[in-house]
Design a protein around this ligand. Structure first.
Ligand SMILES: O=C(COP(=O)(O)O)N(O)CCCOP(=O)(O)O
Ligand SMILES: [Zn+2]
Length: 311
């Protein structure tokens, strides 16, 4: 059924496992994720960024929010596993309000690029409005970037656990995304793939909240190689290894944002089908194989994070 992100993450927090938060922009990815959740008997968080709302609404964010929310709700209510819908990286109050009106069960206010005091002020505002509507709030502290030679690289700002404690107390957010060395996209880490485990443990201890890891895609070689076999150029692609994610979950990460892996799997399926079926022009066929690859990569992630069987 359509569920509240907060309920899904409270259970994961209490029982110590990770739940994938899978990004969507369209119908195909929603279908693929819901199918994977059913096959794995796993909860799933579906999330849409502001870019996804614009894409689905052909430029109109509010329309996109309603279209995506309606699709997710209908697919979720047709299955027995809990599926929620979350606004990812909300920056603009208008977009956050549109998501709340459309029925998203949680929203992220991302003011992590602002000084702490301003991040607190903005986040507190959003929490007030969202909580009044029964919607949970995620915020981010520190900035997503890599870690080089054990110190944060110049432009990155890793979370300060003491600041995190103050932040959650003063804002009452429901979940927190601490910056611990990951980054978005397919080309993570300049050197070794490492994140700051100690910081995760300290933030968990001080906040006692479900924690979120952004930039958590693994960029699995099998999918990169398949996409490249059919003409993609993803040289240098690198993600977060499974064992690193599993350690992060052990230390308190519960929501694991995954977008890039789904994009690469879909790309591989699409390129493969088009290359192998030059006569095919029915999108239900060529998107069909691409969807099946997304289902596979989502199932793998649910097993790896420990959410399989936890519905
Ligand atoms: O943390 C992640 C994804 O991390 P990943 O790239 O490692 O999958 N996200 O929040 C997804 C961000 C997607 O934003 P946009 O739609 O604007 O491209
Ligand atoms: Zn993110």
């Amino acid at each position: 059924p359509y569920a509240k992100t907060k309920d899904i993450l409270s259970k994961a927090h209490n029982e110590g496992y990770g739940v994938g938060a899978f990004n969507v922009n369209d119908l195909e990815f929603i279908q693929a994720i819901v199918k994977a959740a059913v096959m794995e008997n796993s909860p799933a968080i579906i999330e849409a960024s502001e870019g996804a709302l614009k894409y689905a609404g052909d430029g109109d964010v509010e329309k996109g929010a309603f279209i995506l929310a309606d699709m997710v709700r209908r697919y979720a209510d047709a299955v027995s596993v809990p599926i929620s819908l979350h606004l990812d990286h909300g920056h603009d109050l208008k977009h956050i309000m549109a998501a709340i009106k459309a029925g998203f069960t949680s929203v992220m206010i991302d003011a992590s690029d602002k000084p702490l005091e301003e991040n607190i002020r903005i986040t507190r505002q959003i929490v007030e409005v969202a909580h009044a509507a029964g919607v949970a709030v995620e915020a981010e502290l520190g900035r997503l970037m890599g870690i080089e030679d054990n110190v944060a690289s110049a432009e990155s700002v890793l979370v300060d656990p003491d600041e995190a404690k103050r932040f959650v107390t003063e804002t009452q957010v429901d979940f927190l995304a601490p910056a611990v060395g990951t980054s978005h996209g397919a080309f993570k880490f300049k050197g070794e793939a490492k994140i700051d485990y100690e910081r995760i443990s300290k933030v968990k201890e001080l906040t006692q909240l479900p924690l979120v890891l952004h930039g958590a895609s693994g960029v699995p070689a099998q999918w990169v190689e398949l996409a490249e076999k059919y003409g993609a150029d993803l040289s240098g692609a690198k993600g977060v290894p499974d064992e690193v994610l599993q350690e992060a979950v052990k230390r308190g990460i519960n929501k694991v944002n995954t977008d890039t892996d789904l994009r690469i799997a879909f790309l591989a399926g699409l390129r493969k089908h088009l290359a192998e079926n030059p006569k095919e022009f029915d999108p239900r066929k060529y998107f069909g194989e691409a969807k099946d690859f997304v289902t596979e990569v989502v199932r793998d992630r649910m097993k790896m994070l420990g959410s399989s069987g936890k519905a």
